[in-house]
Structures are given as C-alpha cells and as structure tokens.
Write a protein that binds this ligand. Structure first.
Ligand SMILES: *Cc1c(COP(=O)(O)O)cnc(C)c1O
Length: 390
C-alpha cells in the first residue's frame, strides 16, 4: 500500500481496511456486510466454490454473519444444512422451484399457508406443473394420490388457520415408498416443538419472520435439509433467483434466537390458558388448538409434538353473524388486527375460511389468535369485555 501521507483523502478512507483489533472480545456475532468478497490471489479466486460453505465467494451467497445464522437454524431444526431466503414465502418458492419442473406433479394440503396455494396456482398456470390440493387429514391414504410424475408433497402441521394436525410420519412413509420428497412448512413449531427429520421429513422450511425474529420487525425464511444433494439443488436455485438476505436483518434474527425457546414456552403457556378459558365461553363452539380435543389431529399432536406456541383459532357459535364477530375483533383493545405472528404483541384476525378451502364443512366464523407476551390475565379480560358486548 502507498504511504498514507501521499494518498488523497478519498483513497485513504476507502482503503482504511478496518479489522476488529486483536484482543477485542464481545458476545454478538459481528455484522459482516459484503457484496464483494476479497480473494488473496487469483488462484484462490479461481478455486472458489459457492456451493462449499467453507469458503466465501460473493455477498449473495453469504458472509460469516449469515453462515452463523444458517448453522444455528440447522441445529435447532436437527438438520445439517440451511439456506436463508428473504422471506418465509421466498423459502417456500425456493423449495418448489428447486424440485419441480414442467410436467411434474405436486401435492399441497388444502389447509396450507395461503400464499403457498397461490404459488401452486401460478406454477400450474404458467409453468405447466400439475398442482393438486389434498385433505390434510389423509395420512397414509396419500399413497393413492401419488402419480408417476409426483415429485414433491408439501405438508404443514398444524394448518396455518384451521389448525388440523397432519400425520407427518404417515405421509412421509407413503411418499418415500414411491420415491417422492416431503417438504414441511414447520413455522408453527419454530423447529422446537416438532423435529421434522426425526419424523421422516426431507426438507423443512421456516418463516424466521415469526418466532425466531420475535420482534415483528424483520422478514426472513430458511430451508433446512440433512442431505447434501438436496441442499445443492436448493443452493443452485437460490443462486439463480438471487435470493440474498441483508446482514442487518440476519443480525436481528440471531439476536432473537437467544431467547427463542423461552419466548416460545411463554407463548405456549399463555395460549393454553387462554384456550382453556375460551372453552368455557358459550359464544365459542370449538377451540381449534392442537392441545384441545376439538382440534382435528389432537392425538397426532400428542404423539409427535412436544409443545404448541401461541397461535390458535376458535369457531364462534353459528348463531353469531360475521358482522358480530367482526365487531368482536374491532372491540378488542390489547389484541391488534394484523397479519403475521410470533412477536410480543397479541393479534387477532377473522378469516373467511370457506373461501380459502376446497373443502370446509364446519359452521361458524373462524377467528385466529396470536397470543403475545402480555400478562395472560389482561388478555383474558380483553376478550371477556369484547364478548360481553356481543
Ligand atoms: C408467515 C408464514 C409464512 C411466510 O413467511 P413470510 O416471512 O411472511 O413470507 C409461511 N408459512 C407460514 C406457516 C407462515 O405463518
């Protein structure tokens, strides 16, 4: 390098070459921003491989900050590899585009996260992929739906809004018998309450936007596998689509992870107390919480899951009109109206579930609660004051 004194100010600033000083030590993972990643010589540049996470190649494929988050998410989920994406939905798209091509067939549960079904409609219309929606409670019966061109089965447990708990091991067993991959949207369990790879899942997907972030302030997704070949296919699609993530966002998720388990358990405890209380109210016909018998798949949840988190739904008694249940939601004070979940604030959303499903036979308006980290007795009082006004 030139003598600093002979350099212009701009050159000196651009080449300041900051590195954390030797001897400096602190807990947080450093936020390494990079588009360009430097090589020590041409040979090192030519030898690079972005498929190999032991080297750094370009910001799009990660920096030490994102590699650290990938390692932590893989560990929580019980997988070996993790690829980050800019949102949970981008992670879903990454999976479908990695394992599906024109002429292939994919099965998606009828109760899947809505935009996954919407993506399916697009794959069908614009990419010539056959997309079929199946009854989430089908279990081993899914074997009868598998065609020679079926390449991928999506699963979700419980379903995002209606909360049925699918028999994931039975679906995986049937799929593997016919050489079909199973991808699970495991967001509800945060990778804590359900260990996908111990139940046969090939590809697990997480919306880190929810519990892992915990702050209602960042969007991110992840795809986790145990198989290097599957991971390489995901990395190839990730590169082709340019699904980079911002390192400040990665840092926020890393920060959230420190308290993930404690928050998840607090959400779980509060949600179960609230669900038990709702069960005593005459306005509520069914409590669709996997820990309650009202919820389809309750026994499967007991068998396969170790916890529940803060998201569940209820069905109002059919004598209440949609106008009345909308009024119930509007009159809540602590529960705010908004999408997403997993943060510290409680949320409440009414759904027109019959318009979201191919098959839905239950009566009564469905309302979904995300139980935050407020004192649960205050949340119960809030719901009570609104129900009492009905
Ligand atoms: C929120 C959510 C997603 C999508 O995550 P985004 O980061 O909001 O795109 C996917 N699946 C489930 C079950 C979700 O709740």
């Amino acid at each position: 390098m030139m003598n600093k004194k002979t350099q212009g100010t701009n050159t000196a600033i651009v080449h300041s070459g900051f590195k954390a000083p030797e001897g400096f030590s602190a807990f947080p993972t450093a936020i390494h921003h990079a588009s360009t990643v430097l090589f020590k010589d041409v040979a090192a540049m030519r030898a690079r491989s972005w498929l190999n996470k032991s080297t750094y190649t370009y910001g799009l494929h990660g920096t030490p900050t994102s590699f650290q988050l990938e390692a932590e998410i893989a560990q929580i989920e019980g997988g070996s590899y993790c690829v980050l994406a800019p949102s949970g939905l981008a992670a879903i798209t990454l999976v479908s585009l990695s394992f599906l091509g024109t002429g292939d067939d994919v099965l998606i549960p009828d109760n899947a996260y809505g935009p996954n079904k919407e993506l399916g409609a697009w794959l069908k219309q614009s990419f010539g992929i056959s997309v079929r929606f199946y009854d989430p409670m089908i279990g081993a019966g899914i074997a009868d739906l598998i065609l020679p061109n079926t390449k991928l089965i999506w699963a979700e447990a419980p379903g995002s809004v209606s909360m049925e708990v699918a028999d994931i091991p039975a679906i995986c067993h049937a799929a593997h018998g016919k050489g079909v991959l199973v991808a699970l949207d495991n967001t509800w369990s945060a990778g804590l309450a359900f260990k996908p790879f111990e139940h046969g899942v090939d590809i697990s997907m997480q919306a880190l936007t929810k519990y892992q972030s915990g702050g209602s302030d960042v969007l991110m997704g992840a795809v986790i596998t145990r198989d290097q070949e599957l991971n390489n296919r995901l990395l190839m699609t990730h590169m082709r689509l340019g699904l980079g993530v911002g390192m400040d966002d990665v840092y926020l998720v890393l920060r959230g992870l420190q308290s993930l388990k404690l928050r998840f358990e607090a959400h779980d405890l509060a949600a179960r107390k609230l669900a038990a209380w709702l069960k005593t109210r005459p306005e509520i016909a069914k409590v669709l919480h996997p820990a309650w018998e009202d919820c389809p798949g309750h026994a499967i949840w007991q068998r396969d899951f170790t916890g529940a988190g803060g998201l569940f739904s209820v069905l109002f008694h059919e004598k209440f009109s949609e106008e009345q249940t909308d009024q119930f939601v509007n009159q809540l004070k602590l529960f705010k109206i908004g999408f997403s979940w997993g943060g510290s604030h409680s949320l409440c959303v009414p759904y027109r579930i019959e318009t979201m499903r191919e098959n839905w036979s239950e009566k009564g308006t469905l309302v979904r609660f995300n139980v935050g980290l407020e004192d649960v007795d205050d949340l119960i009082a809030d719901i009570a004051q609104s129900l009492d006004q009905l």
